[in-house]
Design a binder for this molecule. Structure first.
Ligand code: PXP
Length: 252
């Protein structure tokens, strides 16, 4: 039996809608509670430097009010490290961040930033916060994560999902191979593997077939689909897709 696959629901885009009008509605913490009641195993939120969606008090309220693990996505900056150490989320996922990008566009260059990242990973580890690095499924990045002693990597699935959506079959196939090889390599190095970015029902079902992937973090598709189906139904359908994929997983 492959290990279970957790679903982390990213509620950033509930905050995006709230911020479009100012005020408090819709409240991302309410969405987080509803997501948990509907089957999410945890909540993910990205506190960006420019606070374009999630804000500091959202993080404080999430930590105080939800009863499942909180995964704080953050850039490797002193400000974010201070917030993480004070807030003590269950996990912190270190992501690259540029002010101008619409979302997290590429993986973290862990291999090129070993010296910069090392104290961040060490401090988070020492604070009892489970660290993950959001990286492309490239051997040099996976090796760097192991060298940095990050216990977890989150594989950036964006390029694969884009290729699937745009029906670029050869690219999708090549990206999928890269993900499969990366997952196997990370597993062999003793890293826990998560995945996220751009996932929908079909791609989540496919990636669930990789038994070593332990957690998916999904936001944009779930929040978008909730407009039509409601968040509980959307999460239930996502869990079904993940369970279908998992039932076909060959080995851990
Ligand atoms: N994982 C990480 C590290 C991310 O930065 C994001 C996007 O914020 C996600 C998962 C979720 O991606 P999406 O919103 O495309 O599902």
């Amino acid at each position: 039996m492959p290990p279970s696959l957790r679903l982390g629901v990213n509620i950033d885009h509930v905050a995006t809608i709230r911020n479009a009008r100012g005020g408090r509605h819709p409240d991302p913490v309410r969405a987080a509670k509803l997501a948990i009641a509907s089957g999410a195993d945890g909540i993910t939120a990205h506190l960006r430097e420019d606070r374009r969606h999630i804000r500091d008090d959202d993080i404080a309220r999430l930590k105080a009010e939800i009863d499942k693990p909180l995964n704080l996505e953050m850039a490797a900056t002193d400000e974010m490290l201070g917030i993480a150490v004070r807030t003590k989320p269950h996990a912190s996922c270190i992501v690259p961040e540029k002010r101008t990008e619409r979302t997290t566009e590429g993986g973290l260059d862990a291999a090129g930033q070993i010296v910069h990242l090392s104290p961040f990973v060490a401090r988070l580890n020492d604070s009892g916060i489970r660290v993950s690095l959001f990286i492309a499924a490239e051997p040099c990045q996976i090796e760097a994560a192991a060298k940095l002693k990050a216990p977890v990597i989150e594989i950036h699935t964006g390029a694969w999902c884009d290729a699937l959506m745009e029906r670029r079959e050869a690219d999708a196939h090549a990206e999928w191979r890269r993900i499969c090889d990366g997952v196997a390599m990370a597993r062999d190095l003793g890293l826990e593997v998560h995945a996220g970015h751009g996932l929908d029902y079909a791609s989540a079902e496919t990636i669930a077939t990789l038994g070593s992937v332990r957690e998916l973090n999904i936001g944009h598709f779930l929040v978008g689909e909730a407009v039509f189906e409601g968040l509980p139904a959307t999460i239930a359908l996502m869990r079904e897709a993940m369970a279908r994929g998992r039932s076909r997983a060959a080995r851990p």
